[in-house]
Design a protein around this ligand. Structure first.
Ligand code: FES
Length: 331
């Protein structure tokens, strides 16, 4: 790893089967830092089937990242919830594809996971990674990427903001002109393509804009902590795709007339500007617990089913609307 990041291998013991993951999934840690609980999610970067691994970049004033980078010792015991999230559709492996990946900074971790999986899943998948960093020192997973680049089916193109490469295309901030040239150079003409990206919002917006303006426009699937586009059968019910959600917080009632069944109740409340208490967003802390007054909800993906609260209560960060009307009460 770089001097600023570390790869940590976890040994879940008999719980290992619960840590099997798909590319781009993450796990959430509950860490005790300075006498308080701190929840952090990190992407899994291990090859599928190996022990779970996370890559943690040290950030300024980041108590959790500092703990991983400076204090953690082999054999230490950590509290961690099983993988969540959904990025990579495994049906892509039914036939050969070219995976075109865009990453910036620590956004590399889900893209690394996708690349690693794709190379292993089929001998005829090809992967191109365009990876932007401010300096060569901030490149994460460099050794691992160099190792993967021994494969003729994997190519990584680094873009460095500080001008270290001296070459026009790989130097400075990514912009439309550079992206147009890169897409011209790297898009596949012989294989169907699937594109993914991960990084700050501005970066992902730029990539999607450039992709949409190509002579053959294409969609670049975004990695996002919030996005979990798992489709549950409840979404196919005849009542329609959206629900009316009524949320009462501390005695004040808000009605959201149209909430997508792809959204958690917590995200729906956030989007509507309703202040709800939440901490881990992973079903661990139970700070987002609410009473289900009427209607139905569902967990999606149903990975945390073993940790649901008692009957009649739900965790808003885990549950999505499952009936035409849903009413919950918090506080
Ligand atoms: S925010 Fe922690 S369980 Fe929902």
């Amino acid at each position: 790893m770089t001097p600023q990041s570390v790869v940590v291998t976890l040994d879940p013991g008999p719980a290992l089967p619960r840590f099997r993951h798909t590319p781009g999934q993450r796990v959430t840690f509950c860490l005790d830092i300075n006498d308080s609980s701190c929840f952090r999610s990190y992407n899994l970067v291990n090859a599928l089937g190996d022990l779970p691994q996370v890559a943690v970049k040290q950030v300024a004033n980041g108590g959790c990242s500092q703990m991983f980078n400076e204090q953690l010792q082999p054999g230490d015991v950590l509290k961690v919830a099983p993988p969540t999230g959904h990025l990579y559709d495994l049906s892509l492996d039914h036939r050969a594809h070219h995976l075109l990946l865009f990453a910036a900074g620590s956004g590399i971790t889900p893209m690394f996971s996708v690349a690693q999986h794709a190379l292993k899943a089929r001998p005829d998948h090809r992967v191109t990674l365009i990876y932007a960093n401010s300096t060569a020192r901030s490149i994460m997973m460099q050794q691992e990427l160099d190792r993967m680049a021994h494969s003729k089916r994997f190519e990584v193109f680094h873009v460095l903001g500080d001008g270290a490469t001296g070459e026009d295309l790989s130097t400075g901030r990514l912009d439309h002109a550079k992206l147009n040239r890169l897409m011209e150079q790297y898009r596949s003409s012989d294989l169907p393509e699937a594109a993914f990206q991960s990084g700050p919002d501005g970066f992902m917006h730029l990539i999607q804009e450039a992709a949409s303006n190509q002579p053959l426009p294409f969609r670049v699937k975004r990695y996002s902590f919030a996005e979990q586009p798992f489709v549950h059968p409840a979404e196919n019910r005849t009542e329609g795709a959206d629900s009316e959600v009524t949320i009462t917080v501390n005695g004040v009632t808000h009605t959201l007339p149209s909430v997508s069944r792809r959204m958690t109740l917590l995200d729906a409340a956030d989007e509507a500007g309703i202040a709800m208490t939440a901490n881990c967003k992973s079903g661990i802390c139970h700070r987002c617990k609410a009473k289900l007054v009427s209607g139905q909800t569902f967990q999606s993906p149903p990975v945390n089913a073993g940790r649901r609260p008692e009957n009649g209560w739900i965790l808003c960060c885990q549950e999505r609307p499952g009936s035409k009307k849903v009413e919950i009460e918090v506080g």
